[in-house]
Design a protein around this ligand. Structure first.
Ligand code: CTP
Ligand code: MG
Length: 235
């Protein structure tokens, strides 16, 4: 069994505020994307990493990967991304050579995922699951609302789903390759993760324990947290 990882890194990072594309912003001096690639390549099972670069940044990403030490057992490919995360992942999958039966999809914006989480996802796919997502219980209570038509207006609450049944989903998400390719060929709705496309095919998706350090760097405070986690690791 051979495992490849696709890393969508083509987003601008609007919620992080002005600056370079999010994946190229640095954490303690090293680009977030390099942290993310190292986190996936740390798994001995991962033999290929496909980085989906900002549409006009493929050359820059290639030279970054060349400049940073990465394990010798891991091959790399860089392809330019698209306008949505979904399109970027599909462009990464299009570049995947044959011979990989397990495919991980991992956000460049989750640079600190521990290798044990990566390995647990791969292990669950190897054990027969078609789609595996790492996830954590929620700290906050979640409400479904009627979204305001005017921003800032109070929003009526429609329902409060039982918190103990909810999970916050992370990456890497792991897939049987053929199932993921079929999902990306079939599902055209806008989705925020890859597993939900597999759900729409009617295929089962399972959850394994995620990790606090696999959080997504989304807003400015997340940069502070990420740099503190790295400092604690002495990186
Ligand atoms: N992504 C991508 N191509 C896009 C949009 C997003 O490859 N067109 C990637 C991002 O680079 C990121 C991952 O998808 O690694 C998760 O997306 P998100 O955290 O939403 O990143 P951005 O879309 O860049 O951020 P924002 O939504 O704040 O603009
Ligand atoms: Mg986004």
């Amino acid at each position: 069994s051979r495992t490849a990882a696709v890393i969508p890194a083509a987003g601008r990072g609007v919620r992080l505020g002005p600056g370079a594309p999010k994946a190229l912003r640095t954490l303690n001096g090293t680009p977030m994307l390099i942290h993310a690639v190292r986190a996936l390549a740390a798994s001995r099972a991962v033999s290929l990493v496909v980085v989906v670069a900002p549409p006009d940044g493929a050359a820059e990403v290639k030279s970054l990967l060349d400049a940073h030490a990465l394990p010798e057992r891991t091959d790399f490919l860089v392809v330019p991304g698209g306008a949505s995360r979904q399109e970027s992942v599909r462009l990464g999958l299009d570049a995947l050579p044959p011979g990989y039966d397990v495919v991980l999809v991992h956000d460049a914006a989750r640079p600190l995922v521990p290798v044990d989480t990566v390995d647990a996802v791969i292990e669950a796919v190897r054990a027969g699951a078609k789609a595996v997502v790492p996830a954590l219980p929620l700290a906050d209570t979640v409400k479904e609302v009627e979204p305001a038509r005017t921003p800032g207006e109070p929003e009526p609450v429609l329902a409060t789903p039982e918190r103990s049944r909810l999970r916050a989903v992370q990456t890497p998400q792991g897939f049987d390759r053929d199932t993921l390719l079929r999902a990306h060929e079939t599902v055209t709705d806008n989705v925020t993760d890859d597993a939900s496309m597999v759900e729409q095919l009617g295929e089962p998706v399972v959850v394994v324990p995620g990790h606090e350090e696999a959080f997504k760097v989304t807003r400015p405070l997340d940069l502070v947290l990420a740099e503190a986690v790295l400092a604690r690791r002495r990186l």
